[in-house]
Write a protein that binds this ligand. Structure first.
Ligand code: BEZ
Length: 211
């Protein structure tokens, strides 16, 4: 199955290092990041899980619940967790799904048979509070992901949801934003009382709302 932007994130119940998790109930009103990695006890994956654990406070601040996943069994996750704590300067502090029977991997298309027919690739799904998929990413096994970029996308998505602004190329917190095309100039005057700049009729910039 392929999960695309705007789809409802498929619901599932699966074992995890924090007990059985039913995705929709677990997320509640939060945002979610579901990400898969190829296998336990592999070097790149170990650094990724450590990186996400160190960023837990940043995800919490944004009301985001993070879930990792591989097709390894729970017993393996639990033993590997000790290695993550020992080597990454931070213990695992979010659930790691043990998708031994591939329920979730199949639902989300996380196994790409031409890359590897048994292991999950490095997929990322950002899920909104409405349970819709807002971002999908697929990385090769040999490239560890940049989780600062995942946070940057979440910031952008949350600005769009709250203030009807988009973010330009290479945008970072505090940079100017772009007024979405669906907002007319008349509406923009009300939405952005501090004013905005019309570079072109289709390119209108505004100070980052709420900053
Ligand atoms: C790793 O996590 O290091 C890894 C996993 C599968 C293939 C290559 C690298």
């Amino acid at each position: 199955m392929t999960v695309q932007l705007g789809d409802t994130a498929p619901d599932f119940t699966q074992d995890s290092t924090e007990g059985p998790i039913s995705l929709h109930a677990y997320l509640g009103d939060s945002w979610g990041v579901l990400f898969s990695h190829p296998a336990d006890f592999t070097p790149v994956c170990t650094t990724e899980l450590g990186a996400v654990a160190r960023l837990k406070g940043e995800f919490d601040k944004r009301n985001v619940k993070v879930l990792g996943l591989s097709v390894d069994p729970l017993e393996s996750h639990n033993v590997w967790a000790a290695d993550i704590k020992e080597t990454q300067g931070c213990a695992l502090n979010f659930p790691l799904i043990a998708d031994k029977d591939r329920t979730v991997s199949d639902l989300y298309g996380m196994i790409h048979p031409n890359a590897n027919d048994t292991l999950t690739v490095r997929s990322v799904f950002i899920i909104g509070p409405d349970k819709k998929v807002k971002l999908t990413l697929t990385y090769p096994a040999s490239t560890g992901r940049n989780f600062q970029e995942i946070l940057r996308v979440i910031d952008s998505l949350q600005l769009t949801a709250k203030h009807k602004v988009a973010t330009p190329a290479d945008w970072q917190q505090g940079d100017d934003c772009i007024i979405v095309p669906a907002v007319t100039n008349e509406q923009a005057k009300t939405l952005f009382p501090g004013g905005f700049t019309e570079v072109k009729p289709y390119l209108r910039t505004v100070k980052q709302p709420g900053s």
